[in-house]
Ligand binder design. Structure first.
Ligand code: ZN
Length: 105
């Protein structure tokens, strides 16, 4: 679980839940690929309120309307961890762009 503060005066932080998804995603029957680096798997799914975002190893992140919160709940099985801020969480999960282009075999 990640708490992301938009600004110092925010009344309460936005809770972001993150779950790694090492395989391909094909919500539309077509494997989703990263618009930035063309990767086709090894995602981090982010749930913010009712929205699901996909983050790539290259640190590119986008809102994916085809992925619903229900889909996220189905895949959210990772043990819950908590980070103070989003950037720390992305570094801890190795989704800060450092491993861009890396493939795991
Ligand atoms: Zn990418």
């Amino acid at each position: 679980m990640i708490n992301r503060r938009h600004d110092e005066n925010a009344h309460r932080p936005t809770t972001i839940r993150a779950v790694p998804h090492p395989d391909e995603l094909d919500a539309r029957g077509i494997p989703i690929s990263c618009p930035h680096c063309r990767a086709r798997r090894d995602w981090l799914l982010l749930n913010v309120r009712e929205h699901v975002f996909i983050r790539c190893r290259c640190a590119y992140e986008w809102h994916e309307p085809d992925l619903t919160r229900a889909f996220f709940e189905q895949h959210f099985t990772a043990p819950e961890e908590e980070w103070g801020d989003f950037d720390t969480a992305m570094r801890a999960l190795a989704f800060d762009g450092l491993l861009a282009g890396t493939t795991w075999d």
